[in-house]
Design a protein around this ligand. Structure first.
Ligand code: ACO
Length: 394
């Protein structure tokens, strides 16, 4: 008779499909191509309201229904955009590192300390909320200052009269933002606030469950986002377009170049998704926004035209390559195109993504903080049987 103890069930690789908690923040319905924030279609929100309205929804639970509540929240977060003195001093030093995202991690950690952020376990909801707003509000200022500092330029101060999309463009370039570009960027920011239990959101919640402070949760989440499998694809999708642009408008040459990549076993950046089995709704809206920007210049028109040709060729070839899978453009494909057309430098694509996703992270941190249970799963031990004798030395 086998007297070995029955091993507990092993969760699927990557915890795919495992439900680890309940949330009222949002959901992704992969088969339907739909995702929402607190029940509101994220795509409808991106079409109709600004990032701060969605921010209020995520943090306070509801959209404002009167102008006074809406502007109170806007005023509150715009006041929190400025850097702390220590952050100002640290930015030129930190900007020397290659990655803005790594720099953001360091500077937010400093701001958390300098602002006296205390463990979630020791503070009430009002204080947690304030810390969450502070970090999310200052993040665009930090990434823009890091970017400019790396180029040897002075940081540009945030402006309280600008909405988040416009303010980010202003702080990156120091030039008056174009309203069409600002609203295109803001729609992208709304679309990327939250997306289910992705790796960085889960990371933020694990740290929150230990009762650590909000800055610790956010810094850990940035670490998760910095991995190429999570936050690194939009610039790679644009690299693919750059590589294929010289072949445009020859469809046969484009097909041949894409087929060759697939035959080499390469993954086409900006195609396929772990959850969506139909159109990624973010890609659909960003594609429409890219169309709207195409008429701004001959270069913009060409960029969008090439994107369309590569998309139709790639989708057809992927269907033949992986019959039965629905491999279509994902958010990263048109996000790269839209950010590029908005004048966001390629090195700033993932940091720009972090400026909106931090709203989702902090909403999740506040929700997790209401649950006193630490997240502490188990692993199945598969090493040599224990106890092993300790070998003598000598
Ligand atoms: N190019 C070529 N082949 C692909 C692609 C692609 N873009 N996407 C999936 N496939 C292939 C896979 O290799 C897999 O083949 P296999 O069964 O022989 O291993 C098959 O199609 C099915 O893959 P899925 O199960 O649908 O995809 P999975 O969940 O494993 O991966 C992922 C999803 C990582 C997004 C994948 O589609 C990919 O690598 N895409 C390219 C990178 C990219 O665009 N990443 C950004 C995603 S969006 C985001 O994270 C915010």
């Amino acid at each position: 008779m086998d007297d070995r103890p029955t091993l507990p069930l092993l969760a699927p690789s990557g915890l795919a499909g495992v439900v680890v908690t309940e949330t009222a923040i949002g959901d992704v319905l992969g088969d339907e191509g739909f995702f929402h924030y607190r029940g509101h279609s994220a795509v409808d929100l991106a079409r109709s309201v600004g990032l701060e309205d969605v921010w209020q929804l995520m943090i306070d639970g509801d959209l404002a229904t009167d102008a006074a509540t809406q502007s109170r929240f806007r005023d509150e977060v715009r006041e929190l955009r400025t850097l702390t003195p220590a952050a100002e001093q640290a930015i030129p030093l930190v900007a020397r590192s290659r990655s803005t995202l790594d720099g953001l991690r360091t500077v937010l950690s400093l701001i958390g300390q300098e602002s006296g952020m205390r463990p979630l376990l020791d503070i009430d909801h009002a204080r947690r909320r304030r810390d969450a707003l502070r970090l999310a509000a200052v993040t665009p200022t930090v990434v823009a200052a890091l970017h400019r500092s790396a180029l040897g330029a002075e940081p540009v101060e945030p402006r309280a009269d600008l909405s988040p999309g416009a303010d980010l463009l202003w702080m990156l370039s120091g030039e008056e933002p174009d309203p069409q570009l600002a609203s295109a960027l803001e729609a992208y920011l709304v679309l990327t606030v939250d997306h289910g239990f992705n790796a960085s959101t889960f990371t933020a919640r694990v740290v929150a469950s230990t009762g650590a402070d909000v800055a610790a949760c956010v810094v850990a989440a940035i670490g998760a986002l910095s991995g190429p499998l999570h936050g690194g694809a939009p610039s790679r999708a644009l690299d693919l377009l750059d590589a294929l642009t010289p072949l445009h408008p020859d469809p046969a040459a484009l097909d041949a170049a894409i087929a060759e990549r697939l035959e080499r076993g390469e993954r086409l950046m900006g195609f396929g998704h772990a959850v969506y089995r139909t159109d990624d709704p973010r890609a659909a809206l960003l594609s429409a926004i890219a169309d709207g920007l195409a008429s701004r210049s001959a270069d913009a028109a060409q960029r969008v035209e090439v994107a369309r040709s590569v998309e139709s060729s790639a989708v057809a070839l992927l269907a033949a390559h992986r019959p039965g899978r629905e491999l279509r453009t994902n958010v990263e494909y048109y996000a790269g195109v839209v950010m590029d057309l908005c004048g966001v430098p390629r090195s700033m694509f993932t940091p720009t993504f972090a400026t909106s996703r931090i709203i989702g992270w902090t909403a999740n941190v506040l929700e997790q903080a209401e649950d006193p249970k630490i997240i502490r799963p188990s692993a199945r031990y598969v090493g040599p049987p224990a106890p092993r004798p300790i070998p003598p030395i000598g």
